[in-house]
Design a protein around this ligand. Structure first.
Ligand code: RIB
Length: 310
């Protein structure tokens, strides 16, 4: 039997991956077979789950992160990140056999858009038994947040566990991959972006009317609340009782890097829900956090502090 760390408590429990992001900035992204000169390069902390945990922690929530890294320099980058952001490292497993994950990002210097390849490394090796070691954390947190960058059967196991307790569950279904229909009934908040929503819906989403139809589709599947993020068209919220769009933010700063903008949104949504914000207020807050994150380079490093939002 495995020990249960009953004394660890948090407002938000995030399950997901950490990877070291290798980001290349260029005036244009290369197309197949092309080589272009870059104008900048940086290595920094990334991975959707870890980015979301940092986003919520910087907004003042007490966060735990369940993930797995390797025993290497990139793993040390993760540990340093959690130390700096008040996240307990006890819930981060260290693999002796697998390296910390890495990602290669190409970022367009003019508009901040990107293309990403992620190699999850040790993150993919986290097991259901390891999740169960922290079952108390998963069942007793106020909000449980996860994505699809680790094994899906482990994600589903953790979602079920969270729902067996009192947690509000959020699934950020990224990257878009096929999931069993069973998933949907364990999801309180489903937060795809436009392209991910199109993948699960099976149709194009070009405006609010189409986002409303996609929202209805997700609710029928079993999700309690659907939040589709639509870039400059804002977000579209739907549940059984109501549906409405929330406009995007008029950004003061220039967009430098959109990496992690969706993570900032999901992390902020978790933080807002944990603080019992009204849903409209919570969505405006998450849009703000996500918008501000695009005015800085990097992923986890670009997550704003609560003081910057206010
Ligand atoms: O959502 C952005 C993240 O996706 C990046 O940090 C990259 O690591 C990939 O996981």
């Amino acid at each position: 039997s495995v020990p249960n760390y009953a004394r660890l408590m948090s407002d938000i429990c995030v399950l997901g991956n950490f990877v070291a992001d290798n980001s290349f900035y260029a005036k244009q992204l290369p197309v197949k077979g092309q080589t272009v000169f870059g104008s900048g390069y940086q290595v920094g902390p990334g991975g959707k789950g870890s980015n979301q945990a940092i986003a919520a922690a910087r907004l003042g929530s007490k966060v735990n992160f369940l993930g797995k890294i390797g025993e290497d320099a990139n793993g040390k980058m993760a540990i340093d990140l959690y130390k700096k952001n008040n996240i307990d490292q006890k819930t981060v497993f260290i693999s002796k056999e697998h390296p910390t994950g890495v990602a290669g990002l190409m970022i367009n210097k003019d508009d901040g858009t990107n293309a990403i390849i992620v190699c999850p490394g040790a993150s993919m090796e986290i097991t259901k038994q390891e999740i169960d070691k922290f079952s108390n954390l998963v069942t007793s947190c106020k909000v449980f947040l996860t994505q699809l960058e680790i094994k899906t059967d482990v994600t589903l196991h953790a979602l079920k566990l969270a729902k067996s307790g009192n947690a509000i569950t959020i699934l950020n279904p990224a990257p878009a991959i096929k999931i069993e229909d069973e998933f949907f009934k364990y999801i309180d908040f489903f937060t795809p972006n436009e392209t991910e929503a199109e993948f699960y819906y099976g149709k194009k989403i070009q405006n609010h009317d189409e986002a409303k139809l996609a929202g209805e589709f997700f609710i029928k599947k079993g999700v309690k609340n659907s939040i589709i993020t639509l870039g400059d068209k804002g977000v579209y919220f739907s549940n059984n009782e109501t549906d409405f769009p929330v406009p995007a933010l008029d950004l003061k700063g220039k967009v430098l890097d959109t990496t992690g903008a969706g993570d900032a949104f999901s992390g902020a949504l978790a933080s807002g829900l944990e603080k019992k914000m009204d849903i409209k207020e919570c969505l405006k807050f998450a849009i703000k956090v996500s918008g501000i994150s695009t005015t800085k380079k990097g992923a986890a490093d670009a997550m704003p502090l609560l003081s910057e939002i206010n």
